[in-house]
Design a protein around this ligand. Structure first.
Ligand code: SF4
Length: 218
């Protein structure tokens, strides 16, 4: 736990608390997670804003809407041939599975919900875990490309496979959804600010404990 905890402490001291994910409701988190693939958060925000303005950010209304209407509002998020239909299909599944009520949907064992999410079209492990953690409050660690980039450079990760990286962090952090959210958000902000594809190591709060930054192998 020690090194992961030091990474967290230094990033938090450097960037401050993140309180991610910015959304008014768990359903908004789900829509954001489904739209997030292969695009930037700014574009997802724009798409969600369009859905809100049209009164469509609602599970029943999205489930009933035609795909062309959804496409018009979420076009900013890209993949417009697949995302609108997947979004509607997911809403229809929520209605069928839990009458659109997220309370009972998330009041099941984590593994059962995760399997249900992964069975939906276009939902991979990162999307499923983002929904579980940020919409459902389940303590699952979300892995993304930023986590892998930073973890690899720090010399922490024995493997870059999704399940291995997730297991690595979950084994070294207390099982706490709020902590998982903060660690994930801090890694994202760090990857965007300093640990970029071309990293700015001299400015980095992790420099002294980073294998890449110090040129040391672990
Ligand atoms: S020292 Fe460089 S490579 Fe290491 S975490 Fe910081 S920015 Fe990334």
């Amino acid at each position: 736990m020690a090194l992961v905890r030091r990474v967290y402490d230094r990033l938090r001291a450097h960037y401050g608390p993140q309180a991610w994910w910015p959304a008014d409701t768990p359903f908004e988190v789900i829509v954001g997670a489904l739209l997030m693939q292969q695009t930037s958060w700014g574009r997802v925000e724009e798409a969600i804003g369009n859905l809100k303005a049209a009164g469509l950010l609602d599970v029943r209304r999205l489930a009933r809407a035609d795909v062309a209407t959804i496409r018009r509002h979420v076009r900013a998020a890209g993949l417009y041939r697949t995302k609108p239909a997947r979004l509607r299909s997911f809403c229809r599944h929520l209605l069928a599975r839990a009458d659109g009520d997220l309370g009972p949907y998330f009041e099941r064992p984590t593994a059962e919900i995760r399997a249900d999410l992964l069975a939906q079209r276009g939902v991979g492990p990162e999307t499923a875990d983002s929904i579980l953690l940020y919409a459902g409050g389940h303590p699952v660690f979300v892995v993304d490309a930023y986590t892998v980039r930073i973890g690899t450079r720090l010399g922490l990760l024995p493997s870059t496979r999704y399940d291995d990286v997730q297991a690595f962090f979950e084994a070294r952090l207390p099982r706490d959804a709020d902590l998982y959210k903060e660690v994930h958000a801090l890694l994202v902000v760090h990857a965007k600010a300093l640990c970029r594809p071309r990293p700015r190591c001299p400015d980095c709060p992790l420099l002294r404990i980073c294998a890449y930054g110090t040129g040391r192998k672990r």
